[in-house]
Design a protein around this ligand. Structure first.
Ligand SMILES: NCCC[C@H](NC(=O)CCC(=O)O)C(=O)O
Ligand SMILES: NC(=O)OP(=O)(O)O
Length: 335
């Protein structure tokens, strides 16, 4: 049984295999119904547009089906902490819920964002790891506290379609402003996937927004294995020079839990100049591709003129979620 909740479940070789299969099936679909008689259970602790529809589309078009559960909305609120005294609003423990769901479905997808307990807690990824522990069917991440691997895979497929190859491709992952501190799962996944795909990655963010050292160390190890590289800077312009693709994403400060909400808002507002505009894009290579995982807050996180420019790949990038997830679910089941 193969769970895929983190890029390390695939490693650079698994990333290559899934991307190659996704690209091949995007050209010419599989000859048979990949997911006939297969049920995917999808457990959402948080909202979604792309993940929900792309996974369900993969199952329905592949001859299977999906059962979608929204935790706390028609489904009991779920506890994941071992030894918890369940005297508040969570009526059911994952120790029962995960094996019970496993009786009915063949695979389980889980979306569970950061609980807001800080980077160390996110690093432990407690909820998705509880699903891994108690589920008796393969678990796939639909974004958890630490990572959003399917997003990272779709990002890499998009870069390969745009540039033919990702080996030593100069790409910038830039922090962008927002009205609230967002999770680090998406920047973590872009970094890890791009390192596993051999990119030359420049990460730019204001001081105090560092990604977790364990994520950086993991990216470094992948880069070493694939001939890629990763550098970090607080200077967006420096990162952009020579970049062929720009990936924008907002995330919260490293010590978010230590800030009051007002202080976080003030901090985020003080970096409004980090919002990508055409001027920002002009500092990268001519016609550099623009990527973002979506949803995006226009004119806060990214300017209209960037999202509406022909070099924006954000819709194709979202469309690629279908292709990488179809290949990934197949890869998981063949293990
Ligand atoms: N799945 C893609 C991104 C999900 C999430 N964005 C958000 O929560 C945006 C919410 C807002 O803009 O209010 C994130 O950043 O990890
Ligand atoms: N990019 C992404 O995962 O989008 P949703 O949150 O809409 O699923």
């Amino acid at each position: 049984m193969k769970h895929v909740t983190h890029i390390k479940d695939l490693g650079p070789e698994g990333v290559e295999a899934v991307l190659a299969q996704a690209a091949a099936w995007k050209q010419k679909g599989p000859e048979h119904a990949l997911f006939a008689n297969t049920l995917l259970g999808m457990v959402f602790f948080n909202p979604s547009l792309r993940t929900r529809t792309s996974f369900e589309a993969v199952m329905l078009r592949g001859g299977g089906n999906a059962i979608i559960l929204d935790v706390g909305s028609g489904v009991w609120k779920l506890e994941h902490r071992e030894g918890a005294v369940m005297n508040a609003d969570r009526a059911e423990h994952l120790k029962e819920a995960a094996p019970v769901l496993s009786r009915f479905v063949d695979m389980l997808g889980v979306r569970t964002f950061s609980q807001g307990g800080g980077d160390e807690e996110d690093e432990l990824d407690p909820v998705i790891n509880a699903f891994r522990k108690w589920s008796t069917v393969p678990v796939v991440s639909m974004e958890s506290a630490r990572e959003h691997p399917c997003q990272g895979l779709a990002d890499m497929l998009t870069l390969r379609e745009t540039f033919g190859n990702t080996k030593k491709l100069p790409v910038t992952l830039t922090w962008a402003p927002h009205i609230k501190p967002l999770p680090k799962a998406v920047p973590n996944s872009f970094l890890l996937s791009a390192a596993a795909a051999g990119c030359e990655i420049r990460v730019a963010h204001p001081p105090g927004f560092d990604l977790h050292p364990a994520v950086r160390a993991e990216a470094e190890a992948y880069a070493k294995a694939t001939g890629g590289s990763v550098t970090y800077t607080h200077d967006q312009d420096e990162a952009l020079a020579g970049s062929r693709a720009v990936y924008a994403k907002s995330w919260g400060p490293t010590a978010a839990a230590a800030f009051s909400p007002n202080d976080v808002s003030a901090l985020l507002a003080s970096y409004s100049g980090w919002m990508p505009t055409r001027l920002t894009m002009s500092r990268a290579q001519k016609d550099a591709a623009f990527l973002h995982c979506l949803p995006v807050r226009r004119n806060v996180e990214v300017a209209d003129e960037v999202l509406d420019h022909p070099s924006s790949r954000v819709v194709d990038e979202a469309g690629n979620r279908y292709h990488v997830q179809r290949a990934l679910l197949h890869w998981m089941r063949s293990r």
